[in-house]
Design a protein around this ligand. Structure first.
Ligand SMILES: [Zn+2]
Length: 239
């Protein structure tokens, strides 16, 4: 099992680690990692592993067997042996863009209050699919509302809550746009705004920026029809 340091602090750009396994495909598993694995529509992190004068580029990160997180080398270079102490370094520019786009999609899900059926994140843009039979008629209103949330520079924070605590607080579940999986013992809640008035509260295991102001200028993109009952909405980072 790999300790997920990116859940503790998404702003770690470098961290030490120890190799605990090499997969059959030549992927590297560390005891703890700052690399986010592909999932929830967000691409896996890339970066570098450094040890004994070696600097190995990492192309992406994926989930492995059990709770393992697997770093996938970009080139067929000699692998570090099990037990090797390494320094892991993120391609921070790319990851920070993923954090900005991911958080921007949280805001989009608030501004467009329909059920979300899917999503995708890249370094420049993101999209959400909504359970929404009619196209929204106020494009400008959506873009303005998103920009207002960015300008308000709202705090993004998280907290862990047990299933028992969640069961005891039905008003919390009612506030959530997405319901947490019943099987999870502990659920990570991501909250935007202040305790007195969360604008968004949902279970999420992704990486987020600390304040919405970090998103910067954004632009509403295409709104596509996807099947009879779905609309796909794109939002772009402007810089
Ligand atoms: Zn999230």
């Amino acid at each position: 099992m790999t300790r997920q340091l990116y859940l503790v602090d998404a702003y770690h750009r470098d961290a030490p680690g120890r190799v605990t396994a090499i997969t059959e495909e030549g992927g590297i598993v560390l005891d703890s990692t700052i690399f986010y694995p592909t999932g929830g529509g967000q691409p896996g992190d890339s970066g570098w592993l450094i040890w004994d004068g070696q600097r190995m580029p990492i192309a992406t990160t994926v989930k492995g067997q059990g709770d393992a997180i697997v770093l996938v080398p970009a080139e067929p270079l000699p692998l570090p042996g099990i037990g090797t102490h390494v320094t892991q370094t993120l391609d921070w520019d790319r990851r920070h863009r993923h954090m900005r786009v991911h958080t921007m999609l949280h805001l989009l899900s608030v501004v467009v209050p329909f059920g979300v059926t899917g999503g995708q994140i890249s370094a420049r843009q993101g999209r959400l699919d909504f359970d929404m039979p009619e196209a929204p008629d106020d494009r400008e209103g959506i873009e303005t509302a998103l920009n207002n949330f960015v300008m308000a520079d709202l705090r993004v924070s998280d907290r862990w809550i047990t299933q028992a605590e969640l069961d005891a607080a039905p008003e919390l579940v009612k506030t959530m746009a997405v319901k947490p999986p019943k099987s999870a013992e502990r659920v990570r809640l991501v909250q935007i705004g202040d305790q007195s008035s969360w604008i968004d509260l949902q279970p999420c295991g992704g990486t987020h920026i600390a304040r919405t102001g970090e998103i910067g200028a954004l632009r509403l993109g295409k709104i596509e029809k996807k099947g009879r009952n779905n609309r796909r909405i794109y939002v772009h980072l402007d810089s």
